[in-house]
Design a binder for this molecule. Structure first.
Ligand SMILES: [Zn+2]
Ligand SMILES: [Zn+2]
Length: 241
């Protein structure tokens, strides 16, 4: 299995990340990563860019150093109804929307509240994936979240940064991957790089997938054709509405 799409990266615009889009693309090219999603943090996080940033992403070229740039966001879940910090009008214009819990934006509650918030946000047609759902600070009912992902056609993210910075994630990520395999739900793999050197860093994910014999067809990041097809399908869907 070779991961050639990195669906979760941050640039200097996030406020606590340190590379430009150009540097991220250059590193991706060097590592044979063919597509990267730029998913800077949503405006509810301190230091993150304001709404206008997300409204102007069209100025970024489609490809930089031969790397296709997917324009996205890592939106913050701001309440337990599953609301996000970007209005639908903005989300709609983005290629790829990840929704995540961050404890600096919302106080952790209980497993039921976390699970319900994620199920609710999955009903939002503009959301593509749930970011680092394996974070034990926001423990969820894993089989239930995966079932909802199947129902609403969302991806579950396996986040390689979590193995390092979110203690206890390893077990949860494993359970998520196993449950996705069992239920036939697709996953996306994100490096969650906050500096160019971490783009395309997936060592721990490779280990996990090898260990559980994750089927390649469930990993969206292994084919640019499949990924582009998904993005095209999503765009078409909204045009008709
Ligand atoms: Zn961050
Ligand atoms: Zn995050």
């Amino acid at each position: 299995m070779k991961i050639i799409v990195d669906t979760h990266t941050h640039t200097i615009s996030s406020g606590h990340a340190y590379s430009t889009i150009q540097e991220m693309a250059e590193e991706a090219f060097a590592k044979n990563i063919e597509m990267i999603a730029i998913t800077d943090h949503g405006p509810a996080m301190k230091g993150a860019p304001c709404l206008y940033h997300f409204g102007n992403l069209r100025v970024i070229p489609e490809t930089i150093y031969n790397v296709r740039i997917i324009k996205g966001v890592e939106a913050n879940i701001i309440d337990y109804d599953g609301n996000l910090d970007l209005p639908d009008g903005y989300l709609k214009r983005l290629d790829f929307v990840i929704a995540s819990f961050h404890d600096i934006c919302i106080e952790p509650a209980g497993i039921e509240e976390h699970t319900q918030a994620i199920i609710n946000l999955m009903k939002n047609p503009f959301v593509d994936a749930v970011g680092h759902p394996g974070n034990p600070k926001f423990q969820v009912n894993i089989p239930q979240v995966v079932r909802a992902a199947k129902e609403y056609n969302k991806f579950i993210e396996i986040n390689s940064h979590s193995f390092v910075v979110r203690p206890g994630s390893e077990e949860n990520c494993r359970e998520f991957a196993l449950e996705c395999k069992k239920q036939g739900v697709k996953v996306v793999c994100g490096s969650d790089a906050h500096i160019s050197f971490d783009v395309g860093r997936f060592d721990r994910i490779y280990e996990l997938f090898e260990d559980i014999e994750m089927p390649e067809e469930l990993v969206m990041n292994t084919s640019t054709t499949d990924f582009c097809e998904y993005l095209r399908f999503k765009k078409e869907q909204f045009k008709r509405k």
